[in-house]
Design a protein around this ligand. Sequence first.
Ligand SMILES: [Zn+2]
Ligand SMILES: [Zn+2]
Length: 316
Amino acid sequence: MKCTRCDKAEIIIERKHSGQRLCIECFILSIQKKVLKDIRKQKLIEKGDRVAVALSGGKDSVTVLDILNSLYERKIIDLMAITIDEGIQGYRDEAIQIAAKHAQQLGIKHRIVSFKECFNLSLDEIMASDPSRGACTYCGVLRRWIINKTAREMGATKIVTGHNLDDETQSILMNYLEGNIDNLTRIGARTFPASDNFVVKIKPLREIPEKEVGIYVLARNLEAHFAGCPYSRDSFRAEIAQIVKDLSKNHPTIMYSTLRGFDKIKIALKKEYSPGFNLKNCINCGEPSAQKLCRACLFCREIEKHIHRNKFNANY
Ligand SMILES: [Zn+2]
Ligand SMILES: [Zn+2]
């Protein structure tokens, strides 16, 4: 079997959805070109943007950082990174070190911000309080709060996340199955924030399958943290991920068609379900919020009450 682009004999990937077979060099190039083309086509990044990568140290964020670095080196953009320390013992520390190493190698600004310093609670402490919601719900809300605030403080004009095709397909199906139309209207390659205090978020890897991101990291010999989050196992997302994975075996284009179909429907969805609320500032933290209290502050109050009650019950 030969590479369908250059005739080299050693193949690193066979793309079932397109019939392409690629050698390592052609594969790396194809990913870089595809991502930069999507960025240009959808105007995700423009010359002079100050781009902050949400850098977890996992394969997705390491890949997007590596590709965006080519724009940074050509002085088209400024590049920086933000890493969140959720406080998950035995899981996060190694990833943070990897993230820091990457930022250092590229010579870019890097901030590491913890749940503990922002909310006085680590994710481990939140989950130990026996809370009413799943770990991913708390983690997602608190992480978004930190990333937006930190990016704004660093002067970023764009926040880049490493969401890949699998993530995006899962989000579409999850929100559709849960009837969460409001969330559906917000899924896409970029956000259109209703407040100047929200930094625009973009997803340059949105059309790259997770498997190919994994191969890219290996092919480029990039150091990345591959372990899965210990809390993610029981999530609804994990169930959906399995279903999509199983379906993809016999239907290799299913994730692409889900995404394409959704992007078409979204235009109509947005017209019909444009959010009718006005953003105000959270009375506790001052960040933009649809309610008096933003979700991050609401969750923190809930958990503090829980911890208080647990202590009370333990004492009597
Ligand atoms: Zn080739
Ligand atoms: Zn708040």
